[in-house]
Design a protein around this ligand. Structure first.
Ligand SMILES: [Fe+2]
Length: 242
């Protein structure tokens, strides 16, 4: 355990030991911020009637919405009851997080429906409705992720044990990845600050997976990214966060 300064709203105890394990959640949040920030532009860039490109993007967008659903379901399952029980003074924050998750989930369902309405014909008017819905999700996420990082994660660091954080990681690893594994891995690695990537790979990936990613996975990820962003240049939001 590491000692971290008490944060706003933290339980007023003399014990300031904290795991700092919520850093893992912050890394995933960074991935979501990047990918949902660029999604509206990817949709708007599809030309009228280009159903092949729309079908490719539809699979990718469904993968993203499923990934965010899975992430929030894990937080709902492992975080909020424990936080309520162990830090009762934080009840308002828990209620806010539950409410934001609910609103995000409804928005994701609306996006999935719009993706399905758009993909077969790639109609630009439907694309614009989808892109606006993705814009709204991006705004909701900007608020939710910041609130969660400020109001919930420092408390969770203080009230969850390392064993419980391990249980949450194991749960995440058991989920079937909603995007091809190497694509997901590449997106995750590229969302990390450059200086953290090698350490993250060494810590998080078992040896055989590291080797497979180096030998074939990275190339397959880069191929997928060239198809996702045919213009080649990463969007501004990505360059800013890289
Ligand atoms: Fe959340």
């Amino acid at each position: 355990m590491t000692t971290r300064l008490p944060s706003t709203g933290a339980p007023a105890t003399a014990d300031t030991d904290t795991t700092c394990r919520s850093d893992e959640v912050v890394r995933i949040h960074r991935l979501f911020r990047r990918l949902f920030a660029e999604a509206p532009t990817l949709v708007r860039d599809v030309e009228q009637g280009d159903a092949e490109r729309a079908a490719f993007l539809a699979r990718y967008l469904h993968g993203l919405t499923t990934l965010l659903h899975l992430h929030h379901r894990a937080e709902d399952e492992f975080f909020w009851d424990r936080m309520t029980e162990r830090a009762p003074a934080c009840g308002l924050h828990v209620a806010a997080m539950r409410g934001q998750h609910h609103a995000v989930s409804d928005r994701l369902d609306a996006i999935d429906a719009l993706v399905d309405a758009w993909a077969p014909e790639a109609d630009v008017l439907v694309a614009e409705r989808l892109a606006c819905s993705l814009d709204e999700l991006d705004r909701m996420l900007a608020e939710h992720l910041a609130d969660e990082e400020r109001d919930a994660l420092p408390i969770l660091d203080a009230v969850l044990t390392d064993a419980e954080w391990d249980e949450i990681s194991a749960h995440a690893q058991r989920e079937k990845p909603p995007l091809p594994l190497f694509v997901l891995l590449g997106l995750m690695i590229d969302s990390l600050p450059e200086g953290e990537r090698d350490a993250w790979i060494a810590r998080e990936l078992p040896g055989p997976m590291r080797l497979a990613y180096r030998l074939v996975g990275r190339r397959s990820y880069e191929r997928a990214m060239r198809r996702l962003r045919p213009a080649g240049a990463a969007p501004v939001a990505l360059r800013r966060l890289a």
